[in-house]
Design a protein around this ligand. Structure first.
Ligand code: ATP
Ligand code: MG
Length: 210
């Protein structure tokens, strides 16, 4: 049976923090595939500027091309509208005809899970892997999610990954200030950013509340 893992994100841009987490999870859990799914409109980033979807998809493709277990799915981009994880998980299960799906989140995202659409149902639909991320404490999971039924917490598996204090926000800020982004993300993505003039100014669209 296929074991698929989903890695959702804005990927604006994708960086080594994302890639290290995905590879670590793939190997530790013996998964056949990690699907990177760039969000069309992330619900938690409304009112913020994000780059157009095709740029984020292109960068994600470039960054994952050299790993045969990595694939990019444009499912959320094609669905348009706000990208809710529960809709994506349902769609993936239907497309691949599978029951078990893993979903990777960094420590910051997992602590927010309670605010996700139909959080409780979602936690029963897939196994979450919560990767450590510098600046966020995974030990807070139990406290943060205490309003959920106890057995649900068993569906969130914490995973220690090599710590990389890299974020897309910091990379965007660096480009805006003309600082180097070398060694924070694959060279192909760095070249893409420079060639397309991303993050300098007006290259992003602003997302508005629906
Ligand atoms: P931004 O700063 O724009 O929010 P980001 O670096 O957090 O960008 P996202 O696209 O928001 O990247 O993150 C997608 C997923 O990857 C989230 O689950 C996030 O927690 C995880 N993630 C991102 N960077 C890291 C990192 N350095 N270590 C561990 N997990 C990470
Ligand atoms: Mg983020």
């Amino acid at each position: 049976m296929k074991q698929i893992c989903l890695m959702g994100g804005t990927f604006d841009p994708i960086h080594y923090g994302h890639l290290v987490v995905a590879e670590e999870v793939r190997q530790k859990f013996g998964l056949q595939k990690v699907l990177f799914i760039p969000a069309a409109r992330p619900p938690h980033k409304m009112g913020k500027k994000i780059s157009e979807a095709y740029h984020r998809v292109n960068m994600t493709r470039l960054a994952t091309a050299s790993n045969k277990y990595f694939e990019v799915s444009t499912l959320e981009i094609e669905r348009q509208g706000i990208s809710y994880t529960i809709d994506t998980v349902r769609e993936i299960k239907r497309i691949y005809g599978i029951e078990t799906v893993y979903f990777i989140t960094g420590a910051d995202a997992v602590l927010e899970i309670i605010n996700w659409k139909e959080a409780e149902k979602l936690l029963f639909m897939c196994t979450f892997i919560a990767a450590t991320r510098p600046g966020y404490n995974l030990n807070n999971i139990k406290e943060t999610l205490k309003s959920l039924p106890g057995d649900i917490l068993k569906r969130i598996l914490p995973l220690e990954v090599p710590a990389l204090s890299i974020s897309s926000s910091d990379i965007r800020q660096r480009v805006m200030e003309g600082r180097s982004i070398k060694y924070l993300l694959p060279e192909s993505v760095e070249e893409y950013i420079l060639k397309n003039g991303l993050y300098r100014k007006n290259t992003a669209e602003k997302l508005f509340l629906p």
